[in-house]
Design a protein around this ligand. Sequence first.
Ligand code: CUA
Length: 323
Amino acid sequence: MSGEVDALYLYLCGVTLFFTLLIYGVLIYFVIRYRRRNPSEIPRPIEGSTKLETLWSVIPLLIAMTIFVWGARVYFIQYRPASNALEIYVVGKQWMWKFQHATGQREINELHVPVGQKVKLIMTTEDVIHDVFIPAFRIKLDVVPGKYTTQWFEATKPGRYNFFCAEYCGMNHSGMRGYVEVLEPTEYENWLSGNAGQASPAAAGRGLYESLGCVSCHGANAEGGRGPALIGVYGSKVVLSGGQSVLADEGYVRESILNPQAKIVNGFGPIMPSFQGQISEEQLLQVIAYVKSLSTAKPETGTAKPPPPSASPGAKPSASPKK
Ligand code: CUA
């Protein structure tokens, strides 16, 4: 992306420079050429010129449109979600960056990624607004309390790159920084295996799903029966009690945990309690990773299998898994 962004930026600078020189050049020339030569001189009145006015409206319009079309193109490449990207969860807090890889490794203020692979950041914050800014990759996006934002990059050269918070967030804002460490794929594998030993987000999420009691209403195969089944929900269109439907993305799952009354699934009652205050941002991401793992045919990691959790008492034994 850097080349694309730089080319557009260079073009903007070029256009600006050209018109600055043109306008100041003509201005200086006219000031000298048409200066008042004696105190009683009165200029000849001039009529407007439709031809000239059309010209100086149409030419800038065409130039502005090149900027618009080119800018939109770059924007769409950058903000369309990347497919088959490595997903990394990012949580900002005053004043540090916390990362978790799909395989479970956690890092603070340092992010290890492989070269030549798309990396998608799923980002939020525990407190105030921060902003993930990696100048070398030309990416910059706010992290906002209560929602997820995502952006992606693909590092093309191994090395160490600066990582900044770009939104004033309090006393140590300027110290809220770190590095992206881009490694060759084999080195990255080594790094991953050298830092193993932590449960993957999906596995940790499954633990929470059981310890918080979600399982008693939301059996993965609809055991429990008081809440909708969770298998296959993520990424699907969910029909709500009002008849409209929503896409079950990270934001929807998050809202359903923190504010369950906001969107009631068709056929169910508004009986779920809110988990606001009982679950941290990192735990929320883990539960979401678990719900995701129930919908991906091939889990991203070996540990993130979607086994049906222990059925609650009184649940009907499910005949066969749906997937
Ligand atoms: Cu976080 Cu500035």
